[in-house]
Ligand binder design. Structure first.
Ligand code: GLU
Length: 471
């Protein structure tokens, strides 16, 4: 928290003078929602929630040619899917609106006049320029040390978040309004950060090189700039390149289509550049909000790792309360016709009860558990080769196994004992019978715990499938 550094000394005074944190996510709706943008939004959201501040969504849609309503919708849908609610912005409102830059034209004109009246803006060749004044070099403290031209060896610490100083000179006047009458990005970005009383700018490091221009604008307006933190890039899985929107896994909607849990995607995005203090990486959002500090965001680039993302998803899935898992599973199973409406909640709960600890994603659920509800299950031919490798002739194994299972009481311990007895009688390991049995009743080479599958599939169905296989 911002106040802690001074906590013991002037607790009341600091609380009194600390203004509320106001951060914003300021996308330009010119394309699909990329994980880099989602992570920027998320770090802002986390910081706002961590500090009890406000999270603002501002749409930077001044480039009429490239913006689209559809992309805006994708951004908002994805943010809501990820659970990033905004306190001010489109569809929510707020005291500083409009939150669309395309609707703030008059304000930008007024602010341009303000600079012109001060002698800080002038017209040349139809465009408006910012006149630089005073020292040409701009030093700013970045909350994450990023090097542009020079970084101080000993960072000057202004508050608990600042970690480095970036020195970058803006050496010539620059355009703030084009000759076609449209304001440029730097201008509207700064005007809105001023008007919306933004206290912290957390954005991608691709904007680091713009910051000196932004600081010149703040200086020209005579306004104290916000604190800056530029977050490092996300690199693609292999090689040095930045993750691009064409890379697999780059777009949030891909995860929606692949039925990832939004909580898992959000959790993974947090790990792209930040590590929880105790190293426990799969954790509930409340806990992330509690722990998240901008100053702990890594200074080096993060690397996208699809396997880790999938692992976080699997862990999150396993951690769901059974009822929640069933609520997510039922519509998927209905839609893929694995079950119909006649399957009771109780029956579904029984099956899901053994599936939840093993299935890695909701996407795989239909394939993973279809055999519980139909005898016409698909046979994984790839698994057959493994069967022979492990136990020799699988049909022979099932013939050896059948009498023992037919005689067994249908409980997991009794079934386990039956496998053991058949193993001993035939001078084999009990596991030599597991894979053939699994294949005969499910067509698969892996899946939920086998004894659980036998129990839940039931005596009649199991024996019938084994008999058919052995015939
Ligand atoms: N509209 C800019 C972008 O989409 C955001 C700039 C900022 O966060 O300051 O990259």
């Amino acid at each position: 928290m911002l106040a802690y550094r001074f906590g013991g000394v002037f607790p009341l005074a600091t609380t009194f003078f600390m203004s509320q944190v106001r951060v914003r996510f300021a996308p330009s709706p010119t394309g699909f929602f990329h994980i880099g943008s989602a992570r920027t939004a998320l770090f802002n959201w986390l910081y706002a929630r961590h500090t009890g501040g406000k999270f603002i969504l501002r749409i930077e849609d001044t480039d009429k040619e490239r913006n689209s309503e559809a992309f805006l919708q994708v951004i908002m849908d994805s943010m809501r899917w990820l659970g990033m609610d905004w306190d001010e912005g489109p569809e929510v409102g707020g005291a500083f609106g409009s939150y669309f830059q395309s609707q703030r034209t008059e304000l930008y004109q007024t602010k341009l006049k303000e600079l012109a009246a001060k002698g800080r803006a002038y017209e040349k060749d139809g465009a408006w320029w910012l006149r630089l004044e005073g020292a040409r070099s701009t030093v700013f403290d970045d909350h994450l040390k990023r090097e542009i031209e020079k970084v101080d060896a000993a960072p000057m610490v202004l508050d608990d978040m600042v970690r480095g100083r970036v020195e970058r000179a803006e050496d010539r006047d620059f355009v703030i309004f084009r000759s076609n009458g449209e304001p440029v990005f730097h201008f509207v970005n700064v005007v809105d950060d001023i008007e919306m009383q933004i206290t912290h700018v957390i954005r991608g490091e691709d904007h680091l090189s713009n910051t000196s221009k932004h600081l010149e604008l703040f200086k020209a307006f005579g306004v104290e700039p916000p604190k800056y933190a530029h977050i490092p890039l996300i690199l693609k899985t292999d090689g040095p390149g930045k993750m691009s929107k064409r890379d697999r896994g780059a777009l949030i909607e891909e995860y929606q289509q692949r039925r990832y849990l939004p909580a898992a995607v959000r959790n993974y995005l947090c790990l792209l550049g930040w590590t929880p203090a105790d190293g426990k990486e799969v954790l509930p959002i409340d806990e992330i909000v509690r722990q998240f500090e901008i100053s702990a965001v890594h200074q080096s680039n993060a690397r996208f790792d699809e396997r880790k993302m999938s692992h976080v998803n699997a862990q999150t899935l396993r951690g769901l309360p059974a009822a929640e898992f069933a609520t997510l599973a039922r519509p998927i199973l209905l839609e893929t016709k694995v079950i119909d409406a006649t399957v009771s909640d109780a029956r579904l709960a029984e099956v899901l009860g053994i599936v939840q600890e093993k299935v890695n994603s909701l996407e795989h659920l239909p394939e993973f558990m279809g055999f519980f509800f139909t005898a016409e299950f698909k046979k994984d031919e790839g698994a057959v080769a493994n069967l022979t490798k492990k136990g020799g002739d699988p049909v022979a194994r099932i013939r050896e196994l059948l009498p023992a299972l037919e005689a067994a009481e249908w409980t997991e311990p009794a079934l386990e004992a039956a496998f053991a007895a058949v193993g001993t009688a035939n001078n084999r390991k009990p596991t030599d019978y597991f894979a053939p049995a699994r294949f005969a009743i499910s067509g698969q080479g892996g899946g939920a715990h086998l004894l659980g599958v036998l129990r839940v599939l039931g005596r009649d169905t199991t024996l019938a499938r084994l008999q058919t296989y052995a015939a």
